[in-house]
Design a protein around this ligand. Structure first.
Ligand code: SPD
Length: 298
């Protein structure tokens, strides 16, 4: 392609136009840092009754789901989060028959839960049906668990669902977006107390707990509140490159089982899970916390 000067001096390209596509995604973390990704394609840009929903694509990270301007999942690294929020409690509970996921609309956690034959029923209570529909369209490999007859999807506010639930669960997972917008109340003590009340006497709660680097106030408040309610509360982390700081925390809260002492090595060995992040070593290592995170919990 060669440049050609027009009579008025404006340069034009001889053949076609140069591709000037230069669209970037930018997510600020605490207003002081951030993640930027070059967007190669925009698949969806819409809004539900609850939030903005975008699906964009980056050459290296693949498709990314963005809710209210915050990255939720992407092709490249969803495994870490989804595997660590599910398999850790599932291998610590000796009979995880009845599981409840609150949130989790991308269905990645539900699909991981379905890998456990001991689970008889897994209910996913998601407020926003459009997130599930968008995920089925763009992240179909995350949503395969929906076809399992043990899966039960309810579209309702998780807070209302739990208040009205007559059921008791072995494991409850809070697979939530950040504590703003629709999920804000689900990070508060009254809701955590409600979760405790809906767990069986040996039940386990795992809650996503944000970035230990950028969201220290949230983690400290959550930990303090949860430790008032549950006899056993342990924080653990995993690497999540698309989330703020690349390190993500979860709170393991339990009425009876300890996440290390009660890890069922035999069940793990027999199940021969296909995973990309979780294994018996990452299970144990996840609970080894850097000193600055331990200090947060004092
Ligand atoms: N800042 C993004 C935090 C998102 C944590 N939860 C994601 C839920 C995906 N199932």
């Amino acid at each position: 392609m060669t440049d050609k000067n027009t009579p008025d001096g404006i340069k034009i390209k001889e053949e076609g136009m140069e591709d000037l596509w230069n669209i970037w995604y930018k997510e600020l973390h605490d207003g002081i840092a951030g993640l930027t990704l070059k967007i190669d394609r925009i698949y969806e840009s819409t809004a539900s009754d609850f939030q903005r929903i975008e699906v964009i694509e980056n050459k290296d990270f693949g498709k990314l789901l963005v809710l209210y301007g915050s990255l939720m999942v992407c092709d490249r690294d969803n495994n870490a989060y989804n595997e660590m929020i599910t398999h850790i409690p599932l291998f610590c509970h000796p009979k995880p028959r009845d599981v409840l996921i609150i949130g989790g609309g991308d269905c990645g956690a539900l699909t991981e839960v379905m890998k456990h034959p001991e689970v008889e029923k897994c209910t996913m209570c998601e407020i926003d049906e459009m997130v599930v529909e968008v995920s089925k369209k763009h992240f179909s490999y995350l949503t395969t668990g929906l076809a399992d007859p043990r899966a039960n999807v309810v579209y309702q506010d998780g807070k209302v669902y739990l208040q009205e639930s007559k059921n008791k669960y072995d494991i409850i997972m809070l697979d939530l977006s950040d504590p703003v917008g629709p999920a804000a109340d689900l990070f508060q003590k009254p809701f955590h107390q409600n979760v405790y009340d809906q767990l069986n006497d040996d039940g386990i709660l795992v809650a996503q707990a944000e970035s230990p680097f950028f969201n220290q106030k949230t983690i400290r408040a959550m930990y303090t509140n949860l430790a008032d309610i549950f006899p056993i509360v342990r924080l653990y982390t995993c690497f999540m490159p698309i989330y703020p700081s690349g390190c993500w925390a979860f709170a393991f809260c339990s009425k009876k089982y300890d996440p290390l002492r009660d890890f069922d090595q035999n069940r793990y060995d027999n199940l021969k899970l296909t995973t990309r992040y979780y294994n018996d070593e990452t299970h144990r290592a996840a609970f080894a916390l850097p000193q600055y995170i331990k200090n947060l919990l004092k």
